[in-house]
Design a protein around this ligand. Structure first.
Ligand code: F0G
Length: 462
């Protein structure tokens, strides 16, 4: 553990570098205009620092790359599958495991087995693909995160917690049979990468047991969540990340996971099932036609080996300490400048409160998206709007949904950028701070019907 030396050095040194280049300002303006003022449509070569996502964008270790050379590409029974299976059983509390190509693959396999037409799936706050797969399976996703999650300036140690009063009344109100399962997303991405406490997970577990409703975990950032429990929750200071993880997962019937985050890989997903053999058999049956045979599930052998090794690296405390501290460092630099951010800083990203930073831009003119475009022009940095643009339109009324939070997410890839890159991002914000009054709102000039944020085009308001 390196804590006695913190603030200190990264617990790794760099063996391979990938050059990145800041284009001249004129070229950046040209590039973003050609992209319809939508950073999603930029080529990555036009981006200097890419904070679009932490998903699949991290750096693997030499140990993982060495493991890739040991890929066993047998169709059935690859040795890498068994390595991964043993790892998953060791770290998480589960008897059964299936690989998938990524997180949404796991959702696509598991959810239709759990949901009957019209049933509800309450969670703290669903990620978009989770909500989409609930809906595709005929269900309705419901967010019951505690109220503080919607207040960026209110700090609390576990803002990802479920509001258990709301959960209980929801189940009583709808009736137990109309709830397919409960899902807890750790950390809670859509609420700003905010953690869920062990105490809250236990309460949710008790409610789930009382009503005999299965409880699952969306485990994409499980290690970051466990690290926050260790740092912030009484009684966990002397437990290892693995011990905390096993305890947390022992409270659920299973989990889906995108390994592209805390698997420390560029592609991969997992399904874990605690003990329900029947559910496992049905998941196996569904896996084969949609993902692949049960011992590869859409992954090459070498990819499974990289996940198996990544899962052990991600639970190392010096890794997590540097990871969480780097994200917090960017948050602190921005706070020192007076840039309003979601507090406290979450595990994988700093969320800038675009609506209050650019308070002169009304919400229907996409303040956080306007900020994303300006951030690119000013410094070649790519972030992503998580707000009014992402929320889309109400399918019934056709009106824009006005979410409470209108944020710009600066998502930090794992082991990829240095603290100097973070300092640079803060420097770009200091320039934006000076000229923020001149930043204009935007209107849509092309709007796809679903998932509009990915391919929409915009114009500045005059
Ligand atoms: N669950 C959570 C909490 C996620 O954050 C994601 C992906 C998924 C499920 C789906 O996993 O991408 O492997 O299919 N989040 C990425 C992001 C895309 O940018 O936050 P996937």
């Amino acid at each position: 553990m390196s804590s006695e030396f913190w603030p200190g050095a990264e617990p790794f040194k760099i063996k391979v570098v990938e050059p990145i280049k800041l284009l001249p300002r004129e070229e950046r303006i040209n590039a973003i205009e050609k992209a319809g003022l939508n950073p999603f449509l930029l080529s990555s070569s036009q981006v200097f620092i890419d904070l679009l996502t932490d998903s699949g964008t991290g750096a693997m270790s030499d140990n993982q790359w060495a493991g890739m050379m040991l890929g066993d590409e047998s169709y059935a029974g690859s040795r890498n599958f068994y390595n991964l299976e043993n790892t998953v059983k060791d770290i998480f509390h589960c008897e059964y495991f299936l690989p998938t190509h990524q997180g949404r693959g796991a959702e696509n396999v598991l959810f239709p087995l759990l949901i009957k037409e019209g049933q509800y799936v309450p969670g703290n706050m669903h990620f978009d693909t989770t909500k989409a797969h609930i809906e595709i399976a005929g269900g309705v996703g419901v967010n019951l995160v505690r109220e503080e999650a919607y207040k960026p300036s209110v700090s609390a140690p576990f803002k990802g917690d479920m509001d258990t009063d709301k959960l209980r009344s929801f189940i009583q109100d709808k009736g137990r049979d109309r709830v397919a399962f409960i899902i807890m997303t750790i950390t809670c991405n859509s609420a700003g990468g905010q953690p869920v406490s062990m105490a809250n997970m236990k309460e949710v577990h008790d409610i789930a047991r009382e009503f005999e409703i299965p409880l699952f975990i969306d485990a994409a950032r499980f290690a970051e969540n466990a690290y926050f429990i260790k740092k912030r929750e009484d009684g966990y200071q002397n437990k290892t990340i693995k011990e905390i993880t096993r305890e947390f997962f022992s409270l659920a019937q299973g989990f889906t996971m995108s390994a592209k985050k805390d698997g420390l890989v560029n592609i991969g997903g997992l399904i874990g099932i605690a003990s329900d053999e029947g559910l496992f058999r049905r998941a196996q049956e569904r896996l084969v036609p949609v993902e692949g045979f049960v011992t590869y599930g859409g992954l090459a052998g070498r990819d499974m080996e990289a996940v198996a090794r990544g899962l052990y690296e991600v639970i190392e405390e010096d890794y997590l300490e540097q990871r969480i501290n780097q994200v917090a460092y960017l948050g602190k630099e921005l706070t020192d400048l007076g840039v309003p951010i979601q507090k406290p800083v979450g595990g994988h990203a700093v969320f800038v409160d675009g609506k209050s930073f650019l308070s002169h831009i009304p919400q229907e003119h996409f303040p956080s998206h306007a900020l994303a475009v300006e951030l690119y022009i000013e410094g070649g940095v790519r972030g992503v709007e998580i707000g009014t643009l992402l929320a889309g339109r109400d399918p019934q009324t056709g009106e824009n949904v006005m979410p409470e939070l209108d944020l710009l997410r600066l998502t930090i890839p794992r082991r990829t950028y240095t603290d100097n890159h973070m300092k640079y991002v803060a420097h770009v914000f200091s320039r934006l701070q000076e000229k923020k009054e001149s930043i204009r709102g935007m209107k849509l000039t092309y709007e796809p019907k679903i998932l509009r944020h990915f391919t929409a085009s915009f114009a500045w308001l005059t």
